[in-house]
Design a protein around this ligand. Structure first.
Ligand code: HEC
Ligand code: HEC
Ligand code: HEC
Ligand code: HEC
Ligand code: HEC
Length: 258
């Protein structure tokens, strides 16, 4: 029950965030204290964390420190604000590597649920060297390019000569994620372009359907079935090309007819 209330609270919070980012940030004691410029000299590491955080997607979305670290963002003093904020290597910390799927999953539940089905998750809970959310998505800094996820995460564990004899899937992952990236970019461009120029033919419904498939596959990436990811991505790219081709033809016929 309390879990349900908690989740509901999160949902309310999220919709609230969308409208009142600025007021909320101003009232948040974690931020008002951690942004202090004198920390640059006093707590250089802390200062750097804060500076990096400024470029993160979470900062842009109005997500605040307490959303991930816990603590009391209305308390002014360090001691009271930090109740429940634990160092990340403490097993009970909300940002401990084994707790991250739960903490991040409060807002990214669709990713969490897929991740829980992966061998990575099983290995992680089994104390093996396996990736957790921030291995691939540094929550405290700028969103990385997909390419660098492969270099910095996949290749580290799955590269040649790895000590655990894990499958050598890094090159495959680079290819598959590159295609996924292109599909995402092309879909985004298509939506913006057709929205401002008027949706030709039946493209609106077809693009919407492709968009849903794209979102589903980005969630399912977290099961790390590269074959499936590639198959669906190639389908999406093929159908987008087909739409472009038909639209092009229709324009040509129109031009010839007039
Ligand atoms: C009045 C100032 C102040 C407030 C308010 C404050 N902090 Fe801190 N925080 C600090 C200082 C100073 C440190 C470094 C020294 C320490 O750990 O006490 C720190 C350290 C931390 C650390 C590193 C912990 C560790 O053990 O390595 C985290 C995480 C953190 N704060 C999160 C938060 C969150 C989340 C909030 C709001 C709920 C918050 N802080 C509110 C001043 C503050
Ligand atoms: C989206 C979740 C998220 C938000 C928002 C967030 N953090 Fe973090 N933070 C993490 C995670 C996860 C880690 C541990 C892994 C890492 O370093 O990426 C971490 C690590 C840290 C550390 C090092 C902790 C340690 O024990 O050494 C500090 C300090 C910190 N965060 C402070 C902050 C402050 C201050 C804010 C707000 C300005 C903030 N964080 C916002 C998720 C978040
Ligand atoms: C309080 C809710 C909340 C929590 C907790 C949270 N996030 Fe987020 N996250 C968001 C919002 C809101 C966005 C921006 C909108 C979006 O893209 O979904 C975002 C964006 C992201 C993005 C970039 C998405 C994009 O399309 O650019 C990643 C990656 C991400 N979060 C990972 C994490 C990880 C990893 C953690 C845990 C350490 C975490 N999040 C915790 C709410 C949250
Ligand atoms: C082993 C690497 C890896 C792990 C672990 C991982 N992800 Fe991802 N995640 C990816 C890849 C690859 C994508 C899809 C490509 C993309 O669009 O960035 C992705 C996409 C996302 C997105 C969509 C935003 C975006 O940047 O497009 C979010 C949000 C996200 N993951 C959150 C999480 C959360 C929360 C966890 C932990 C439960 C997690 N991820 C664990 C690799 C990972
Ligand atoms: C910190 C180390 C680590 C990182 C980083 C990592 N993996 Fe893994 N991966 C593992 C481990 C451990 C297993 C083995 C799980 C098992 O078989 O029990 C595994 C298994 C796999 C498998 C095989 C699953 C199967 O069905 O046999 C695939 C595919 C995979 N990882 C893809 C990736 C991709 C793609 C990335 C980067 C986005 C990545 N991994 C990043 C440690 C890692």
């Amino acid at each position: 029950m309390s879990q349900v209330r908690f989740m509901f609270g999160r949902l309310l919070l999220l919709s609230f965030l969308a409208f009142s980012v600025n007021t909320r940030a101003a009232e948040n004691s974690c931020i008002s204290c951690h942004q202090r410029s004198d920390y640059f000299a006093q707590y250089p590491k802390l200062h750097e964390y804060y500076q990096q955080f400024l470029a993160s997607p979470h900062k842009l979305a109005g997500v605040t420190c307490d959303d991930c670290h816990g603590g009391n963002a209305r308390a002014e003093s360090v001691e009271l604000a930090h109740v429940g904020v634990l160092p990340m290597n403490n097993k009970n910390s909300a940002v401990h590597y084994q707790k991250q799927p739960e903490t991040c999953g409060q807002c990214h539940d669709d990713k969490r649920r897929q991740f829980l089905k992966s061998k990575h998750y099983a290995a992680l809970m089994d104390q093996r060297a396996a990736p957790t959310c921030t291995t691939c998505h540094p929550a405290m800094s700028r969103r990385p390019e997909l390419r660098s996820i492969v270099v910095n995460a996949c290749r580290n564990c799955h590269g040649e000569g790895n000590s655990e004899n894990l499958p050598l899937i890094a090159d495959q992952a680079a290819r598959v994620f590159n295609q996924l990236n292109i599909a995402g970019g092309l879909l985004g461009w298509t939506k913006i372009h057709y929205e401002s120029h008027g949706w030709p033919l039946d493209s609106r419904d077809r693009v919407r359907e492709l968009d849903e498939r794209y979102n589903t596959i980005v969630n399912r990436v977290h099961q790390f079935d590269l074959e499936e990811t590639e198959e669906v991505t190639v389908e999406i790219l093929g159908e987008l090309r087909e739409i472009f081709r038909e639209v092009q033809q229709a324009y040509q016929q129109q031009a010839e007819g007039s």
